[in-house]
Design a protein around this ligand. Structure first.
Ligand SMILES: *[C@@H]1O[C@H](CO)[C@@H](O)[C@H](O)[C@H]1NC(C)=O
Ligand SMILES: *[C@@H]1O[C@H](CO)[C@@H](O)[C@H](O)[C@H]1NC(C)=O
Ligand SMILES: *[C@@H]1O[C@H](CO)[C@@H](O)[C@H](O)[C@H]1NC(C)=O
Ligand SMILES: *[C@@H]1O[C@H](CO)[C@@H](O)[C@H](O)[C@H]1NC(C)=O
Ligand SMILES: *[C@@H]1O[C@H](CO)[C@@H](O)[C@H](O)[C@H]1NC(C)=O
Ligand SMILES: *[C@@H]1O[C@H](CO)[C@@H](O)[C@H](O)[C@H]1NC(C)=O
Ligand SMILES: *[C@@H]1O[C@H](CO)[C@@H](O)[C@H](O)[C@H]1NC(C)=O
Ligand SMILES: *[C@@H]1O[C@H](CO)[C@@H](O)[C@H](O)[C@H]1NC(C)=O
Ligand SMILES: *[C@@H]1O[C@H](CO)[C@@H](O)[C@H](O)[C@H]1NC(C)=O
Length: 501
């Protein structure tokens, strides 16, 4: 976002506001403060947001209930609902920065993260995002945005590895046309190119796609040669795409659907939802961020189901999804970082941002916005954290990614799912979870030589691996005045078959 727009926003929002910095202001003490203000911004009624809301609240409760954590200092959490609006996200971030907030959990959406990061950088307040997966949100460009979940770079590497493993040549990408979708699909394109594979057709969908837009997009897909469809969209309307695909007979044998983790997130949150009409989704492959089992996680899951069993309000289900685990860990992560921040003798104090003063802060009441003096030190503490949480290790490698990214590969079968294997950044596919000692890989008749995934039931209830392409319905070659199209096609098909085998 450019400076002029930022300035305009300040004017709109702060004109006439009379408040000045509330709280400690420039006065600071060496002793640990009684309370530390933290904020959280995300979309409360989304599949990811409603789970994160409870998880974050539980995490703050847990941090505060044990004085060991922060040596008596308590976290005071304020949550704000961005309602999927980047604009509200900006306004809410500014409100937090008026109230001496040292860090913000969120935002949820990658597009919002792009704009809010500028504010966080300027006022030195770290953002810990548990759900912004856009690979381009890098620490070099957005130093104060800390990604406390997995980058889609790794998810897309796993997808490209799947395409390579099954020996398909090219794929069709159906995705949301915003930062989240475009940048992930760009990463997929790069990863496929490394393996001499490619995206042959891209289908960007409006972030608020209508039924007609989805149908038209799918019709264009069905006339293409590739039958390998990568679906990287939002939880809010992802299932609708699969339903429309079924209506267009695109869930039939020959098709391959690889849905990114939006789909496994829905299954985790509301296990009954996708299976209402099971025909829609048979044979779909999906990925899920992998977090190892642990005592800590098992206990938390029990506590979660105890808390949420009576919460099936408004037909909404509260199954714990992986983003919920990352949201919980983001708060713990921050608490551990704050503890080491204080242990190093740092204190919490705020001052005016001289850049804003130069803009004529007084007139615009920009002085209400405070810069966190210890912001860079707190950021440093956050990046140095080395601890364990519900998702296992909370630790960054030098490029700002949580260590050991891994995914589960899941196949939808009947009214349930089956894990057919795992992918990890360090060792690729495996039948066992990445941290387990790997069994000796046995040579198998398949052309890759080694079985690294259990067999899949593909759309059309077949175990035979789809070859991944067909002759396009409206392919130009087939229209070149050949009198008997069908027999010509048969002829070419046989020729090509012969050539390939
Ligand atoms: C707070 O920390 C800053 C360095 O970040 C230091 O200059 C200042 O003296 C400290 N204030 C108090 C009261 O300790
Ligand atoms: C924790 O608090 C106690 C009492 O307030 C204080 O004596 C002690 O030095 C503190 N420990 C750390 C690591 O700050
Ligand atoms: C900021 O502080 C004021 C006064 O304590 C409070 O009314 C307001 O709700 C706070 N805003 C946020 C976003 O925390
Ligand atoms: C479930 O909740 C009830 C009451 O809220 C509590 O008594 C019980 O110990 C809880 N069980 C578990 C496993 O947390
Ligand atoms: C249920 O729906 C009502 C009205 O739509 C809303 O006010 C309430 O907050 C909802 N409850 C939950 C738990 O989502
Ligand atoms: C910020 O600057 C204004 C005047 O521009 C002043 O009134 C206010 O006290 C300053 N706040 C801090 C925290 O230094
Ligand atoms: C992180 O913690 C683990 C276990 O506590 C330890 O083995 C490892 O050396 C630590 N790594 C760093 C870089 O401090
Ligand atoms: C992923 O693997 C690459 C290549 O082995 C390595 O350079 C990178 O640091 C790994 N990333 C993470 C987050 O572990
Ligand atoms: C190779 O693996 C497949 C399952 O993917 C299995 O059906 C087949 O029997 C295996 N072949 C050999 C030679 O082990």
């Amino acid at each position: 976002m450019n400076k002029a727009l930022l300035l305009m926003l300040f004017m709109v929002f702060y004109n006439g506001a009379s408040s000045n910095g509330i709280g400690v202001g420039a006065t600071a003490t060496t002793a640990r403060p009684e309370v530390v203000n933290i904020g959280a911004i995300f979309t409360f009624d989304s599949v990811i947001g409603k789970i994160a809301k409870l998880a974050i609240a539980l995490a703050v409760e847990d941090v505060n209930s044990d004085p060991e954590n922060l040596n008596g200092t308590k976290l005071t959490l304020k949550m704000q609902n961005t309602k999927s609006s980047d604009f509200l996200g900006i306004i809410e971030a500014l409100q937090f920065l008026e109230n001496d907030t040292v860090a913000i959990i969120g935002p949820q959406f990658s597009a919002t993260a792009h704009v809010i990061s500028h504010i966080a950088d300027e006022l030195k307040v770290p953002l810990l995002s548990f759900a912004a997966t856009d690979p381009t949100l890098s620490p070099t460009q957005f130093p104060f945005l800390v990604r406390t979940t997995r980058s889609d770079l790794f998810q897309m590497t796993a997808v490209a590895d799947l395409v390579f493993y099954y020996e398909w040549r090219d794929v069709i990408a159906i995705y949301v046309n915003d930062d989240f979708g475009r940048n992930a699909i760009a990463a997929l394109g790069d990863k496929l190119a490394e393996k001499r594979r490619k995206i042959s057709y891209k289908v960007p969908l409006n972030p608020k796609a209508t039924k007609d837009e989805i149908t038209n997009a799918l019709i264009s897909v069905s006339s293409m040669e590739s039958r390998i469809l990568i679906l990287h969209i939002y939880t809010s309307w992802g299932l609708q795409v699969l339903t429309e695909a079924r209506n267009l007979m695109m869930m039939a044998s020959g098709y391959v659907w690889i849905a990114t983790d939006w789909f496994s997130t829905i299954i985790d949150t509301d296990p009954s939802l996708p299976f209402i009409s099971t025909d829609d989704i048979q044979g779909v492959l999906t990925l899920k961020m992998y977090t190892p089992e642990s005592e800590h996680k098992k206990k938390f899951k029990l506590r979660w189901s105890n808390l949420t069993s009576s919460r099936r309000v408004n037909g909404s289900s509260f199954g714990l999804n992986t983003y919920g685990l990352y949201a919980y860990d983001s708060v713990r992560h921050l608490a551990v970082a704050l503890d080491s921040f204080f242990a190093r003798g740092e204190n919490i104090s705020f001052s005016n941002d001289s850049n804003l003063n130069e803009l004529g802060g007084r007139k615009l009441n920009l002085d209400a916005l405070n810069m966190f003096n210890g912001g860079s030190q707190l950021l440093q503490s956050i990046l140095e954290v080395n601890t364990t949480g519900l998702t296992r290790s909370i630790k960054f490698n030098p490029d700002g990614n949580l260590i050991n990214p891994a995914f589960e590969v899941i196949n939808v079968i009947g009214t349930g799912t089956r894990t057919i294997g795992y992918w990890s950044n360090s060792s690729g596919f495996s039948l066992d979870p990445p941290e387990k000692p790997q069994r000796k890989l046995q040579s198998n008749g398949s052309s890759t030589g080694i079985q690294r995934l259990y067999s899949v039931i593909w759309p059309g209830q077949t175990t035979q691996k789809p070859r991944g392409w067909v002759f396009p319905d409206n392919g130009r070659k087939l229209r070149l005045g050949v009198p008997n199209r069908v027999s010509y096609r048969e002829f070419v098909r046989h020729r090509i078959h012969w050539l390939l085998h």
